[in-house]
Design a protein around this ligand. Structure first.
Ligand SMILES: Cc1ncc(COP(=O)(O)O)c(C=O)c1O
Length: 394
């Protein structure tokens, strides 16, 4: 298996392309939730122009009037080729994939296949808040198995939780976030194999949300859950939406391991009605032809991550931050600032900078805030300046 780590692509850094004035003309959630004077460094949208191959594929489709319903397996084939090249994984079986509207609705559909009403779904807080909301909406019960103090899966806690929730043969699932949002932790092959062994031992079904997989920064390696030994009964969700900023072009892929084929076969046909055909075209183009752009983005994100570390050390030394190995999100431990459970409130009201509150991330979220690094270095400097200003005496 050969892996191609991200490398200098010769493409310009897309994080440097847009001015604040251009960004303010955007109408999406990041730019329209807060008043004009607030600098938005919160929801996971990126301040980048789209990769040129994506723009071309979508505009060509629009010119053709090719705006009907999605068909075929082009998205899955593109992901299989990307997975082989990028992660050295040749095992993505196109026949065990399905296009779903987006990752979270895909998670819901996978959980429907392997659990029933009221069944437990284990998560590792602090974790992406919609994990709580979508699971609750599905009428499943969220059970927490917190990450360890090192930000990694605590296998002892996970085992104890599996034993407790799946004891007596009760159906249960584990919603794994890989890489992990908000800590940026990249789970290793050893950790994932241990997860698979525990899942097998206790009869817990693993649903892996791998949306951040292409966003692994230099030095770490993403390991697809379905590629590890013992994960045959697993299910996974992947998408080009985070890495290429395509959340508004709805599409994602659900994948099943060979041992989950029978469950996967029960996925209702109606689910395939949700994704957008234009979304499928955009995601497919990103995976096939957007790797040079992705590499330039990853290089820029690496620089931003280092910039943030330096700025925090200078201006907010009490904020603790362990730079993540993946995602474009920085998880900031602000407990030493004395701002209470929700420091993002103070940064917003006194500093006019919007971060994501740590509280909805579950246990371990209080006193924390999440900062979105997918912007220009200039706006990161301005964001940290505003955070520091929020702490100044009147
Ligand atoms: C871990 C994780 N899963 C899912 C999503 C949302 O994906 P989608 O818009 O495809 O539902 C996000 C968005 O930030 C995320 O971080």
């Amino acid at each position: 298996m050969t892996r191609i780590p991200h490398e200098t692509s010769g493409e310009p850094n897309p994080l440097l392309a847009l001015s604040l004035d251009q960004l303010k003309r955007r109408t999406s959630m990041k730019w329209r939730t807060y008043p004009e004077d607030v600098l938005p460094l919160w929801v996971a949208e990126m301040d980048v122009p789209l990769a040129e191959p994506v723009v071309r594929a979508v505009t060509d489709a629009l010119r053709r009037g090719d705006t009907g319903y999605p068909a075929g397996t082009a998205y899955a084939e593109a992901l299989a080729a990307f997975a082989a090249k990028r992660w050295g994984w040749d095992g993505l079986a196109v026949e065990r994939t399905a296009v779903v509207p987006d990752v979270m609705l895909g998670v819901v559909e996978m959980l429907k296949l392997v659990t029933g009403h009221g069944d437990p779904v284990v998560v590792n807080p602090p974790v992406y808040p919609p994990f709580y909301r979508f699971v609750a909406h599905l009428d499943r019960q969220v059970v927490e198995a917190p990450l360890g103090a090192d930000g990694r899966i605590d296998l002892g806690v996970l085992e104890e939780t599996f034993q407790r929730v799946a004891g007596g043969g009760r159906r249960a699932a584990y919603l794994l976030c890989s890489p992990h949002n908000p800590t940026g932790t990249v789970h290793t092959a050893e950790e994932l194999s241990a997860v698979a062994a525990l899942a097998e031992r206790y009869g817990v079904r693993v649903v892996a949300d791998e949306i951040h997989a292409p966003l692994v920064l230099g030095g770490a390696e993403f390991v697809p859950y379905l590629s590890v030994p013992g994960a045959e009964c697993g299910l996974s969700l992947m998408s080009a939406s985070k890495a290429w900023n395509l959340a508004g072009l709805k599409a994602a892929l659900a994948l099943a391991g060979p041992g989950a084929a029978a469950d996967f076969g029960r996925l209702p046909e109606e689910v395939g009605h949700g994704p957008s055909h234009i979304g499928v075209i955009a995601h497919t183009a990103a995976l096939l032809d957007g790797t040079a752009w992705l590499d330039a983005l990853l290089t820029g994100l690496d620089e931003n991550r280092r910039l943030l570390t330096g700025l925090l050390a200078e201006q907010l030394p009490a904020v603790r931050h362990r730079p993540g190995e993946a995602t474009y999100l920085a998880w900031l431990d602000c407990r030493a600032l004395g701002l209470g459970d929700d420091p993002a409130e103070t940064f917003l009201h006194r500093g006019r900078v919007a971060l994501t509150s740590g509280i909805p991330f579950g246990t371990g979220g209080a006193g924390h805030a999440r900062l979105n690094l997918a912007t220009s270095p200039e706006l990161i400097r301005e964001g940290v300046r505003r955070m520091a200003a929020a702490l100044e005496e009147d």
